[in-house]
Design a protein around this ligand. Structure first.
Ligand code: AHG
Ligand code: MN
Ligand code: MN
Ligand code: MN
Length: 338
């Protein structure tokens, strides 16, 4: 009784990566090893977040980072855990982190062939309230003969070989996608200490009446954004208004949007003409996940987010991402305004 209910053929992230590697004859295993190191970074960051209140890890670290955010103690620890995992993998040449002003070059591994960008803890202003946060990552492969500098990351998102994010919520979720591939979701089983494939081949619903934006910024919004959001709240006669959901952690708002559909936006506005979210470790990796799941992602100029090229490692952009049908509405309103 119940024997057939127990899955004895579990797809762990480790197994998934091995199977992916076998699909690529030319693969050397370097990317797989890099992902194993990433996996450890996620597990350890998740562990410290869950223990934070018990071991005096709440509150501010006392410094601010390159983009002007006050660093939380966990921002610093998450960053250190991430850096150490990437360095010890021996596969990463260049690392850009939200919490590091300059790109880190691992000179001890001059032949490493990957560059990584990360937001070690996204949504860190939510940490002390126990609200979901996560880690966002983007992986680039260095071209033949690359010197290993920050320029190796100042490229359009279309150059990424893989990206994804975790969300440390009621359980820890990991979403990962590879260039031209599907999107796969894993759940950390704490007793196994393994990420288990629970959401294979994720596809975002084509539409859904949910919008996610910090409406406290509406005073500063440009006309098309105001008009668009108003059209959701005050539909034509007989239409039903959209539901609003805003957590304030991009990973959590994006994860919900990926599963349920709808739109997440952080538009550029009069106060922040370049937007708030950062291209390399927030906008581009999320855009790749959403496109590979069948959704869309554009910036405030309605350009494909993945084609936006940052000039500096911490550059920002406005962003709209979500269901194809919902993002198309934003594009249509903007087009109308010319
Ligand atoms: P981070 O915690 O990595 O600095 O990112 C914060 C970002 C993102 O998670 C979220 O979508 C956004 O900031 C929320 O900003 P507001 O508080 O301005 O709404
Ligand atoms: Mn921050
Ligand atoms: Mn962030
Ligand atoms: Mn962060």
């Amino acid at each position: 009784v119940g024997k057939e209910a127990i899955n004895t053929d579990i797809v762990t992230l480790t197994r998934f990566l091995t199977e992916e590697q076998f699909k690529h004859k030319e693969a050397t295993g370097d990317f797989t090893l890099l992902c194993h190191a990433l996996q450890f970074a996620f597990k350890s960051i998740s562990y410290y977040i869950r223990r934070a209140t018990l071991i005096n890890l709440t509150g501010l670290a006392g410094a601010s980072n390159a983009t002007g955010d006050d660093q939380k103690k966990l921002d610093v620890i998450g960053n250190d855990l991430f850096i150490s995992a990437m360095k010890s993998s021996g596969r990463v040449r260049v690392l850009v982190s939200e919490e590091e002003e300059e790109a880190i070059i691992f000179n001890e591994y001059p032949n490493a062939r990957y560059a990584v960008a990360c937001d070690p803890i996204d949504g860190s202003s939510n940490l002390d309230a126990g609200v979901s946060v996560g880690t966002i990552f983007a992986i680039y492969k260095l071209p033949e003969g690359a010197q290993g500098t920050k320029e190796d990351l100042l490229k359009p998102g279309t150059e990424m070989v893989a990206s994804g994010f975790t969300m440390y919520g009621a359980s820890a979720q990991l979403v990962i996608t590879m260039k031209g591939g599907t999107v796969n979701g894993f759940t950390l089983d704490n007793s196994f200490g393994e990420f288990i494939l629970t959401h294979p081949d994720m596809k975002i619903p084509k539409k859904r009446a949910i919008y996610s934006v910090n409406e406290g910024n509406s005073l500063y919004w440009e006309e098309p954004v105001k008009e668009y959001v108003n059209s959701l709240k005050y539909p034509d006669e007989g239409g039903k208004p959209y539901s609003a959901r805003y957590i304030g952690s991009m990973v959590a708002d994006a994860y919900r949007t990926l599963l349920y559909g709808g739109i997440f936006a952080y538009p550029a506005d009069k106060k922040s003409p370049k937007g708030k979210l950062r291209i390399l470790y927030e906008c581009a990796p999320m855009a790749m996940v959403f496109e590979n799941a069948g959704g869309l992602a554009v910036d405030s100029h309605m350009r494909r987010m993945l084609e936006v090229v940052p000039q500096h490692i911490h550059d920002r952009s406005g962003i709209f991402l979500g269901s194809e049908g919902e993002v198309q509405k934003v594009i249509d309103v903007h087009k109308k305004h010319g």
